[in-house]
Structure formats: structure tokens, C-alpha cells
Design a protein around this ligand. Structure first.
Ligand SMILES: *[C@@H]1O[C@H](CO)[C@@H](O)[C@H](O)[C@H]1NC(C)=O
Ligand SMILES: *[C@@H]1O[C@H](CO)[C@@H](O)[C@H](O)[C@H]1NC(C)=O
Ligand SMILES: *[C@@H]1O[C@H](CO)[C@@H](O)[C@H](O)[C@H]1NC(C)=O
Ligand SMILES: *[C@@H]1O[C@H](CO)[C@@H](O)[C@H](O)[C@H]1NC(C)=O
Length: 495
């Protein structure tokens, strides 16, 4: 989300010379030590693993197997990448040939790494119930982040406190199999909220990234964690004047590309027996641009991750867009929308009955000024046409559940087999900017919450029932629970 910037800008230049002291994490003695470990679904039987090191690796390798003392498989890559302002290198390897939905163990090849467990992905078409968590706008904690001073009547929270969302996700690892995170990760571009000087901003930005991704590693190193971009990944700052000073490496989604680019999948080959689906899915694969837009399948779900920041007409984060973050494009003209059309049209509901689309900026939301109209114009018709079941967004810093809606009109069928997609916003996971008041609720709002940090759990019960829960991070209480019924009686939806 974007803060009101004018006063901050004034403050920054007044205070700039006084503050300083960037707290970088210590560099380990053993430079092969893996940090920021992250797993992602990479294909039907494959999991990609990414990690950062404080030196370049000639070879990035991982060993893995079905028991901690039987790490009989080994996979390597020669990809170890960095950029000008970074202290670390991003490494990646893909663990393939995995039996589906089985416990495995991995050890990143290093003189200072440990053996860790993970669950391999479910095959497309596996109708076993499972849970998928949704978080967005989840940022750094510690002395460079985390407060809830904004919104409702929440008292200021000491930054030293644990991040309740990260804490709760870590405490409940066995309750879910996958996490999707549509945008806004470290909030490194909010370094100016702690008022170091502009010169130190560059260091503060990198320090926040290192801290956040390491804080998230207890989750990302054990669970399949799927990412797509938000506005806070775009540039070194959201302040116009500072944008001109962004160093190379802190603009145009650079860190996001290095961190997730080779870890997110290139979209799966179709597992439908229909020729048409296979052709469309091949097309989608050729247009996919991970980590910006791509899809993956997991059990009974087809998930599409989209980019609401760049790469469609009047996208907000481009040179001419409303947020003016001077980023993109990452594909050729119209490529993202061609991808989305081909990808959604390829989904065979007999194999994966559910379609979830996740992006950062919503167009249905409480409050004013948080409706991405260019996003709506680009994406909503395609969602409806191909019968997307649930659309998931972030950006607005609270939790919201809306009834199925199309073109601003609630579907009269409600939660009983609607034609329109249902919408949720999961932007209340917690970050340095705090939570956002609930105001101006549209009539189709069923739940809106900004009193504490929260996130959502999607429970895929069977091919017709999806339970959507909102969880209060500090207590684990279920704040809201609803079930969407879809008959999924047509193999290929076009309406
Ligand atoms: C080994 O890794 C841990 C973090 O996992 C780090 O704290 C420690 O400093 C590393 N040891 C050396 C010798 O680098
Ligand atoms: C890594 O590559 C560099 C340059 O090619 C080489 O000098 C070095 O010996 C290699 N190190 C290892 C451990 O293979
Ligand atoms: C924060 O979490 C860690 C483990 O994740 C725990 O050891 C520590 O006690 C927690 N601190 C507070 C203040 O809750
Ligand atoms: C951003 O990066 C992409 C390639 O990843 C490039 O095509 C594009 O021109 C860059 N945009 C800007 C504004 O530098």
C-alpha cells in the first residue's frame, strides 16, 4: 500500500543528517552458510529450493531423500546471482523425481547447513483435502519494522515483539501444505520511516531485505511458498523525489527477480486428456513469466499468480501508471493477458475443479482510493468468462471477505454455485505501515477486520466445497468462516 507521502518527505529531509546506524545482520564466518531458504512447487513431482549466501557459489547443490540419513539424490545448478547493492547471492536447485505428497528431507550442500523436512507436492487431480494459507503485505519485524499504531484503537506495539503472523504460521506448520503470498514482502522501500539519511537508505534497504527473508525462513524453508509481486517490490522508495536516487539494484523489481525468479515455476503441462486443453496450456507456458505471472497445480486446485503492477494497459507501477514506480514491462505487449486467457481456458475441472487467482491490488475493497480500476478493466472479464472460483488480493492492510460479484453487482446466487468469482483481501498480515481502518463497506462485504493481524486459510474440502477461514494471528482464533459451494459440473467453463 502507499502511505501519504508529503509530510514524510518533508520530515525526511529535515531529519536526514541526524539519524543513522544501519543494523546489518552479521556475516557468518562460513560463507557457504545458507540463509533465506525458500521452497516452491516447481512441477508435478518437483520442488525448487532457493537460498542466499554471502559469497558466489560455483555450484549450488542440494541433497535429498526419504529419510534424514538417506539423502541419496543430489541436484545442482550453476546459477548464483546478485546485483550491485546486494551483499548476498541467490542460489537455486530443483529437487525432481519426488513421489507425490510424501515427507522428504533435504540438506543444502554447505559446511554449515542442517537436514530439514518438507512435504512433496500433490499431483494434479489428487482430491485429498488440504489447506492453503494466504498472506500478503507481510513485512519485517524487529527494530526496522512492525507496528500497529495505525487504524482502530490498537496500541503501539514494541518492535522487539515477535511478528504474530510469522509466529503463528511457524507454530502451525503441520496444519497447511502451501502458502500463497501475492505481493509486498519486506517493505525494504519503507526504510525512510526510520529516518536514516538518504545516503544510508541504500544500506537500510538491503538490511531490511536480509532480515525479513531470514525471519520468514522457518516457514519458507519447510512449506511450499508461492510468490507474486506487489508495489513494495518495485523500487527503492515510493517517494517521488527519492525515486530519482534509486541505485541500480533497488529499482524495477530487481531483488524480487533474484530472490524468486528461478524458484517459481514456468506453469505446468496440462494433465487433461483433451487436446484443446493441452494446446492452450502449452501456449500459457510460453507466455508465463515467473515470478511475475505463472500458474501451478496442487491436488484439486489450479492456482494462477498474476501481476497487478505492470504489463497491462495503465498498470500502476509503470512510468505512466498511477503509482509511477517506473517499472516493467516484463513481457511483450499484451503477453500477461494472453497468458491469463490461455491458462484459464486450459483448466479441465474434472482434474482440478478449483481455480484460484491471486494478485496484489484488488478492485473490490472497503475504503476509498484502493480500487485498482485498470486492474479491473484488464482482468475481471477473464475471471468471469472462465469461471474463476475465488480471487485473492492484498494491498489494503486488513482482512475482507466479499460475496461473489461481477461488474460491481453481487451474484444473486451468493455462495450457492455463483457464476461470479468470490473475492477476499488478505492484506492484514502485518508490516511496518500498520493496519488500515475499515470504512465505506460495499454492500457485498460480509466480513472486514482491522483490529489485529490476521490471514486466511483456504480449506479445499472436496471438489464442490471450499471453506475460507480468517485467522487472528496472535491467538489462532477463527474470526470468520464461510463455505463456497460450486457444482463444477462443466469440464471447461466459458460464460
Ligand atoms: C552457521 O550457521 C549459523 C546460522 O544457521 C550461523 O549463525 C553461524 O554463524 C554459522 N557458523 C559459521 C562458522 O559461519
Ligand atoms: C570456483 O570458480 C573459480 C573461477 O572459475 C575458481 O577459481 C575456483 O577454484 C572455483 N572454486 C571451486 C571450489 O571449485
Ligand atoms: C519470539 O519467538 C521465539 C521463537 O520463535 C521465542 O523463542 C521467543 O520467546 C519469542 N519472544 C517473545 C517476546 O514472545
Ligand atoms: C525492467 O526490467 C525488464 C527486464 O527484466 C526490462 O525489460 C525493462 O525495460 C526494465 N524497465 C525499466 C524501467 O528499466
Amino acid at each position: 500500500m502507499v502511505r501519504s507521502l508529503i509530510s514524510i518527505e518533508g520530515l525526511l529531509f529535515l531529519a536526514a543528517p541526524v539519524f543513522g546506524n544501519i543494523g546489518y545482520p552479521p556475516i557468518p564466518e562460513d560463507l557457504t552458510t545458507p540463509f533465506q531458504v525458500r521452497l516452491a512447487v516447481n512441477g508435478q513431482n518437483a520442488v525448487a529450493i532457493g537460498w542466499n549466501t554471502y559469497k558466489a557459489l560455483n555450484e549450488s547443490c542440494v541433497t535429498y531423500g526419504i529419510a534424514p540419513d538417506k539423502l541419496n539424490s543430489r541436484s545442482c545448478s550453476t546459477s548464483s546471482t546478485t546485483y550491485s547493492t546486494s551483499r548476498t547471492w541467490s542460489n537455486v536447485a530443483v529437487m525432481s523425481g519426488l513421489k507425490p505428497a510424501s515427507t522428504y528431507f533435504y540438506k543444502i550442500v554447505s559446511t554449515n547447513s542442517s537436514v530439514e523436512p518438507f512435504l512433496s507436492p500433490r499431483m494434479s487431480g489428487d482430491k485429498t483435502p488440504f489447506n492453503m494459507n494466504v498472506v500478503a503485505d507481510l513485512g519485517v519485524y524487529g527494530k526496522d519494522g512492525f507496528k500497529i499504531s495505525k487504524g482502530d484503537d490498537i496500541p503501539y506495539t514494541q518492535p522487539e515483539f515477535n511478528h504474530t503472523t510469522i509466529g503463528h504460521l511457524a507454530a502451525t506448520l503441520s496444519d497447511y501444505e502451501v502458502v500463497i503470498h501475492p505481493g509486498d514482502f519486506a517493505y525494504a522501500d519503507d526504510w525512510y520511516l526510520k529516518l536514516p539519511s538518504v545516503k544510508e537508505g541504500q544500506e537500510a534497504y538491503q538490511s531490511i531485505l536480509e532480515q525479513f527473508y531470514e525471519q520468514l525462513a522457518p516457514i519458507t524453508g519447510h512449506k511450499l511458498y508461492m510468490a507474486s509481486p506487489g508495489n513494495h517490490e518495485a523500487d527503492c522508495s515510493e517517494i517521488r523525489r527519492l525515486l530519482e536516487l534509486c541505485p541500480e539494484g533497488q529499482e524495477n523489481f530487481t531483488d524480487f527477480k533474484h530472490h524468486f525468479g528461478k524458484v517459481m515455476p514456468q506453469t505446468f503441462a496440462s494433465s487433461s486428456s483433451e487436446r484443446f486443453a493441452q494446446t492452450q496450456s502449452e501456449k500459457a507456458r510460453s507466455f508465463a513469466k515467473p515470478p511475475f505471472w505463472y500458474s501451478f497445480e496442487y491436488g484439486m486446485v489450479h492456482v494462477v499468480m498474476i501481476n497487478t503492477e505492470t504489463d497491462f494497459p495503465n498498470a500502476p507501477d509503470t512510468q505512466t501508471g498511477s503509482a509511477r514506480l517506473e517499472s516493467g514491462p516484463f513481457g511483450s505487449k499484451g503477453e500477461q493477458l494472453k497468458f491469463l486467457d490461455a491458462d484459464l481456458s486450459s483448466v479441465d475441472r474434472r482434474v482440478t475443479p478449483w481455480i484460484i487467482v491471486a494478485g496484489h491490488r484488488p478492485w473490490y475493497s472497503t475504503g476509498s482510493g484502493h480500487h485498482c480500476q485498470s486492474c479491473q478493466k484488464a482482468f475481471e472479464k477473464l475471471f468471469f468468462k472462465y469461471g474463476v472460483d475465488l480471487a485473492v488480493f492484498g494491498h489494503v492492510h486488513n482482512s475482507q471477505r466479499l460475496l461473489p460479484v461481477f461488474n460491481g453487482i453481487a451474484d444473486p446466487r451468493g455462495m450457492r454455485n455463483p457464476k461470479a468469482p468470490m473475492y477476499i483481501t488478505c492484506g492484514g498480515a502485518g508490516n511496518i505501515e500498520g493496519l488500515l481502518h475499515i470504512k465505506h463497506k460495499p454492500s457485498y462485504t460480509k466480513f472486514a477486520y482491522a483490529k489485529d493481524y490476521s490471514y486466511s486459510t483456504l480449506k479445499f474440502l472436496d471438489d464442490k466445497h471450499l471453506q475460507i477461514d480468517f485467522i487472528r494471528s496472535s491467538t489462532g482464533d477463527v474470526l470468520d468462516s464461510s463455505t463456497l459451494y460450486k457444482s463444477h459440473s462443466v469440464p471447461f467453463v466459458t460464460q
